[in-house]
Design a protein around this ligand. Structure first.
Ligand code: FES
Length: 245
């Protein structure tokens, strides 16, 4: 067992009070997660600490926070590695950026993240005629979209996106990676329309400034910026095809 001090950002917008930092010392094995540290502080010291979590296994994406200034999953960050990146021996935990705080570490994912995901029609629109059995897709096409399928919708990339900070209307890294999942799927009937829409939207694929933050922060290796670049390449090809016609 070892002692770790967590400095947690506390804020209740409904209280009318300003945000403040709150320190708690927890006792856990170093390989335990920052989430377990927060939950111990909540259980033993202060039950009012607001934190969202579910699976505790880096699957559900609900425990996204900033740890020592960097977005990540609290359940997927060991206390010892968090301490190693702390500047003053205290692990700092605060809510993700670019989203309004509901309370303490809980942000309003509906107001930003999910709204943007909805913007890109996040489901497959199957081609007609519907085959009698399954759609047959070649293996390489599916390999191409596999990386985007790894997204667990934690919002870490959204919380750290510099383009979103400047332009809150930017469709954003998570939603554009989701868009590539369908633009790259040969079963989708709306590939060209999706591309045209996201290329013509001033807040779409050309609004990304290549800051690489989403690549650095994604805990699942989705590399949203790379997916945005792939959308751009495909949009360029599409225009080229239209010009030739
Ligand atoms: Fe599910 Fe962390 S609690 S990803």
């Amino acid at each position: 067992m070892a002692e770790f001090t967590l400095r947690i950002r506390r804020y209740d917008p409904q209280s009318g009070e300003a945000p403040y930092w709150d320190e708690h010392t927890v006792e856990l094995e170093p390989h335990r997660s920052v989430l377990e540290g927060i939950l111990q502080a909540k259980a033993k010291n202060d039950g009012s600490i607001g934190v969202r979590c579910s699976c505790r296994a880096a699957i559900c994406g609900s425990c996204g926070v900033r740890i020592n200034g960097k977005p990540g999953l609290a359940c997927h960050t060991h206390l010892d590695s968090a301490l190693a990146s702390a500047t003053d021996g205290v692990i700092e935990v605060e809510p993700m950026g670019n989203m309004p705080v509901i309370r303490d570490l809980i942000v309003d994912m509906d107001a930003v993240h999910w709204k943007k995901i909805q913007r890109v029609t996040p489901w497959l629109i199957g081609k007609e005629p519907v085959p009698e059995r399954e759609y047959i897709v070649d293996r390489l096409s599916m390999v191409d979209v596999t990386q985007t399928m790894a997204c667990i919708q934690c919002g870490a990339c959204v919380g750290d996106c510099l383009s979103l900070e400047v332009d809150p209307l930017f469709v954003g890294p998570a939603a554009l990676a989701k868009a590539y999942r369908f633009v790259g799927d040969p079963r989708d009937a709306m590939q060209a329309e999706r591309l045209k829409d996201l290329a013509e939207d001033p807040h779409g694929i050309y609004d990304c400034t290549h800051c690489f933050k989403c690549i650095e922060t994604c805990p699942k290796g989705v590399a949203p910026m790379n997916q945005i670049m792939r959308l751009r390449r495909r949009a360029g090809q599409d225009h080229h095809i239209e010009d030739q016609n």
